[in-house]
Design a protein around this ligand. Structure first.
Ligand code: URA
Length: 218
């Protein structure tokens, strides 16, 4: 039977988070969903209207597309883990704010540590900037592989960007074929470290966040 206990305990620990104002406007804290033993994590931006109501990530139109893309490579959402940069919906689906990301990212990093995936697939610019610690545009980064803390990171377009733009849909479909190859160990292409700064280590961030002195709180 699948072991869910560590992730479930972590959910119970953080689901009443009040660290930022989004706690006041949310309907649900959207922890993420899928398998604790997954080799693959997708990271989106933040819950939208449907996700906030249902408490699950990617359940609207972009989520349906994500399901279809997974089906095309013979996978289902139960075999992967799906999370977001923010756990709570920003009002009117505005972009996440820098301070919200800073307060929330430790949760995502701990999820990554618990699940310990082989491949992290960042969906769109917000999760890509966070994980790779870069301001470079997603159009430049997508489809390139990076290594962060020993894990492969593959930035791809956010499914929402492919909903109404046929060319983006083709690109995202071909990136899903890459996902399949990477997971099967069939990909020969080397990781491409083209960033201006080193990616922030998940471990460093967690350590800093467990030590409030380092965050300038005292
Ligand atoms: N878009 C996201 O980035 N995340 C969701 O959960 C839904 C839509």
């Amino acid at each position: 039977m699948e072991d869910w206990t560590v992730l479930l305990d972590y959910y119970k620990e953080i689901c009443n988070c009040q660290k930022c104002d989004l706690a006041r406007s949310r309907t649900n804290f959207v922890f993420g969903s899928g398998s604790q033993n997954s080799k693959l994590i997708f990271i989106g931006e933040a819950p939208g209207y449907n996700e906030d109501i249902q408490g699950k990530p990617f359940v609207g139109a972009a989520g349906k597309l994500l399901d279809n893309l997974l089906n095309e490579i013979g996978m289902s959402r139960n075999e992967v883990f799906i999370a977001n940069v923010l756990k709570c919906r920003p009002p009117e689906n505005r972009d996440p704010r820098k301070e919200e990301i800073e307060l929330c990212r430790g949760y995502l990093f701990r999820q990554i540590e618990i699940i310990d995936p082989e491949l992290i697939c960042t969906l769109g610019r917000h999760s890509t900037s966070l994980i790779l610690n870069t301001e470079q545009p997603i159009s430049k980064l997508r489809g390139n592989k990076f290594i962060v803390d020993g894990r492969t990171v593959l930035p791809i377009f956010h499914p929402a960007a492919a909903l109404y733009t046929a060319s983006n849909l083709q690109v995202i479909k071909s990136d899903f074929q890459r996902i399949k190859k990477i997971l099967r160990g069939e990909e020969e292409e080397e990781a491409t470290p083209v960033l201006e700064k080193e990616p922030v280590s998940f471990v460093d961030i967690k350590e800093k966040e467990n030590d409030p002195g380092q965050l300038g709180l005292f």
